[in-house]
Ligand binder design. Structure first.
Ligand code: OSB
Ligand code: MG
Length: 382
């Protein structure tokens, strides 16, 4: 039996699913091309098996459909109507994947269910799909910070100074066509002096009339720009590449499947992949993409969606299998939240998170309760 077949045959029983809606206050406001965020709303899926073993998955889509077409209320409806009614008291992991695959789209939601099931399976059998990745995982994962849009130069200077001093391996700045390029002119001496890698993320906010600002970033830094244009705007990508041959284009929102990776690669516009486990539909789908990128030497790193410690731990584990990545968008818990729901928190030392330390980051039922704003338990019906 191949490792993949073995993973598919792993058994998983099912007693109930608890859908837990959280609202975790953030340390500070975060502004991007998508919108403003003051707290992290999250949907946690708790899967309980016949023996009372519990696994947790995080659905990291936003509460609104401004990053992807999924949003939390709709994710809850999907699990209620099209996932739980089809779960059996006993099945294999392969059966579950087939059921999830039948549903078109809804990747963040499907990934959360898969993650919860995988946590149960791993506790019961010690096996996980990570066995499909043959390389020895890193013991320490390099991480970067994603910085929002700033309207106050002094504040921006302080934040950049602090991020550089804290030791992040990469600084990623959110940009939009309205961004203050004069602020960047002021910040540049700090950036160029430091040896930290700098990149940008436009969240698809640039259009055909915004090339002046796009070209400023492409020419000034000759670095990576993430998702400059709305997904599928190949015309703008080709124009950007023609005008700035040294720019690296990284994709985020645009990549929802291995097929999307193949398309961009074949079109010759794929320089880098920001892989978000939820956005592509889970661990199994992420592994396919990681293997394709490795085979074709396409740089690939793990991105985040401000996950709580639950999703963050999984993301970091995935990142440990990408030895060549410069850094991942997976900062420690205290960069985001006043309080996380795992303890100890995810911590960073010298720009790295230790994988060993994550084994101790356990979900805290009292903290989960503290930040729960709504919940519902659905029992097995089949
Ligand atoms: O575009 O990468 C993005 C957060 C939410 C939605 C989209 C994005 C982000 C981030 C945060 O950049 C990265 C992180 O979790 O640190
Ligand atoms: Mg992005």
């Amino acid at each position: 039996m191949t490792v993949k077949e073995d993973i598919h045959t792993l058994p998983i029983s099912f007693k109930n699913i608890r859908l837990i809606r959280l609202n975790l206050p953030q340390k500070e406001q975060f502004v991007s091309g998508i919108g403003v965020r003051n707290s992290r709303e999250a949907l946690i899926i708790e899967w309980e098996d016949a023996n009372g073993i519990k696994g947790y998955g995080e659905c990291s889509c936003r509460p609104d459909p401004y990053y992807s077409d999924e949003f939390i209320d709709a994710a809850i409806a999907l699990v209620n109507q099209f996932i739980v009614p089809f779960l059996m008291p006993q099945q294999t992991f392969g059966d579950l994947l087939k059921r999830l695959d039948k549903i078109r789209g809804w990747n963040f939601t499907k990934a959360a269910v898969e993650m919860a099931a995988l946590q149960v399976i791993e506790q019961n059998t010690g096996k996980s799909p990570f066995q499909l990745l043959q390389n020895t995982p890193l013991t320490d994962v390099p991480v970067g910070i994603s910085l929002g849009l700033y309207t106050d130069l002094d504040r921006m200077k302080k934040v950049v100074k602090n991020a550089l001093e804290t030791g992040y391996r990469r600084l990623k700045f959110k940009i939009s066509p309205n961004v203050r390029t004069d602020f960047f002119e002021e910040i540049n001496p700090m950036l160029f002096k430091a040896d930290t890698y700098v990149s940008f993320d436009a969240n698809g906010s640039f259009g055909e009339d915004d090339f002046e600002v796009f070209n400023y970033f492409a020419n000034t830094y000759q670095t990576m720009i993430e998702q400059p244009f709305a997904p599928t705007r190949f015309d703008l990508l080709l124009k950007a590449k023609q005008e700035n041959p040294s720019v690296f284009i990284c994709y985020d929102e645009e990549i929802k499947s291995l097929g999307d990776v193949l398309k961009l690669h074949h079109l010759g516009v794929l320089d880098e992949v920001n892989l978000k486990v939820g956005r592509v539909g889970g661990v199994m789908k992420s592994i396919e993409i990681i293997q394709y990128c490795a085979k074709h030497s396409i740089p690939c790193w793990i991105g985040g969606m401000f996950e709580t410690g639950i999703g963050r731990t999984l993301n970091l584990r995935m990142a440990s299998y990408l030895p060549n990545a410069r850094a991942h968008d997976l900062s420690p818990s205290d960069r985001y939240f006043l309080e996380d729901i795992v303890a100890p928190n995810v911590e960073m030392n010298n720009g790295h998170v230790s994988i060993e330390s994550l084994q101790h980051c356990k979900i805290q039922p009292n903290l989960l309760d503290k930040y729960t704003i709504d919940q519902k338990t659905i029992e097995v019906t089949c």
